[in-house]
Design a protein around this ligand. Structure first.
Ligand code: FE2
Length: 345
């Protein structure tokens, strides 16, 4: 079901207020030719109602001819002309708040903008999904509460009845807290989000991850048709075995011809009770990024590829996000999820 502009403007006003938007602040709304115009127009109206000084910045996309799909998470990091568009980059760095409907995530330019103190809120999911999972103080508190365990943790272990037996060390890279609000200087977030994650220490990820039938593969936006067995050694996926789904996944990763594509990236768990494992089956694949899949409560979300977002140097455009059901995740032996259910306070 679609939503009305009136409801969406009210939601945007709420979210921008939670992002600490104050009258007189500079708001840049970043668009491209494929931006969702309901998001753009309702964000612009709400920012105006709150007294923001608005600048619209439209950038052409590039690399469409290199990516294997139109999905913005299927080829990340180097997809805009911002690297050579110095005037647009200067404007974004000068803004107090950027609403990103284009998806700069994983780009060097995003890191540069954030370092200048600009707050950035990514907004690319379908408006009705954003409204269903509107950020709230309660959702933020859940993520902050999870971080009481994540921040001091030295080791993550994950097991499942399907056969997953994974472990990694933690501490080298910062925690990724996503609750859908860019509410502090230099903070990036994505509306909708409610999850916590961290990158394993370099070379420490080891074990076996079993993607079970029905688990979700992103950016393919498909449920796995059969089991995939991933062997992880010294921080890299070294074997991808199984049936045709495994063959498909391996073939996609191989197509980038980049060893960094096989690195383990962020690992964590979803905390959003309003997100649904089933939603992916109800949308056309090009209609959404599927934050439902990334955030549903109790998932074990692991990923492969880049770590620039965490301050690392791997900037491969190949990034897979894979949320598993039914896993038990512990930090330093303390259970965070048990059989796919959040159990920490
Ligand atoms: Fe990811």
């Amino acid at each position: 079901m679609s939503i009305s502009n009136a409801d969406f403007v009210i939601a945007w006003k709420n979210v921008l207020e939670q992002c600490q938007l104050k009258p007189g602040e500079q708001v840049a709304i970043l668009t491209s030719d494929d931006s969702n115009m309901q998001i753009v127009e309702c964000a612009r109206t709400a920012a105006g109602l709150l007294g923001g000084i608005i600048t619209m910045i439209n950038l052409p996309m590039i690399n469409g001819d290199k990516a294997l799909s139109r999905d913005k998470s299927g080829y990340v990091g180097q997809t805009t002309q911002l690297g050579v568009n110095t005037s647009a980059l200067a404007a974004l760095k000068a803004a107090d708040l950027v609403v990103d409907t284009l998806q700069l995530l994983f780009s060097h330019e995003q890191e540069e903008i954030l370092k200048s103190g600009t707050r950035m809120l990514l907004a690319v999911e379908p408006p009705e999904t954003m409204l269903r999972m509107i950020p709230s103080p309660e959702a933020k508190n859940k993520v902050i509460a999870a971080n009481r365990y994540m921040e001091p943790a030295k080791e993550m272990t994950v097991t499942s009845k399907a056969g997953t037996d994974f472990r990694c060390k933690l501490g080298q890279y910062p925690v990724l807290l996503q609750y859908g609000l860019a509410d502090e200087p230099g903070r990036w977030d994505h509306w909708p989000s409610c999850m916590i994650a961290r990158w394993p220490d370099e070379g420490s990820a080891e074990g076996l991850i079993v993607i079970d039938e029905g688990d979700i593969l992103l950016p393919f936006k498909r449920y796995a048709a059969d089991k995939i067995y991933l062997t992880i050694e010294k921080g890299f996926v070294t074997k991808i075995e199984g049936g045709w789904t495994a063959e498909y996944m391996k073939s996609f990763m191989d197509s980038f011809n980049d060893p960094d594509a096989y690195a383990m990236a962020h690992v964590g768990w979803g905390l959003e009770n309003r997100a649904n494992w089933t939603t992916l089956g109800l949308y056309d694949r090009e209609a959404a990024l599927s934050m439902d899949a990334r955030c549903f409560a109790g998932n074990f979300l692991f990923s492969t590829g880049p770590n620039t977002e965490a301050g690392g140097s791997r900037d491969t455009p190949c990034h897979l996000d894979i949320p598993l059901r039914g896993c038990s995740l512990s930090l330093d032996g303390v259970p965070m999820t048990k059989d796919g259910v959040v159990v920490h306070d």
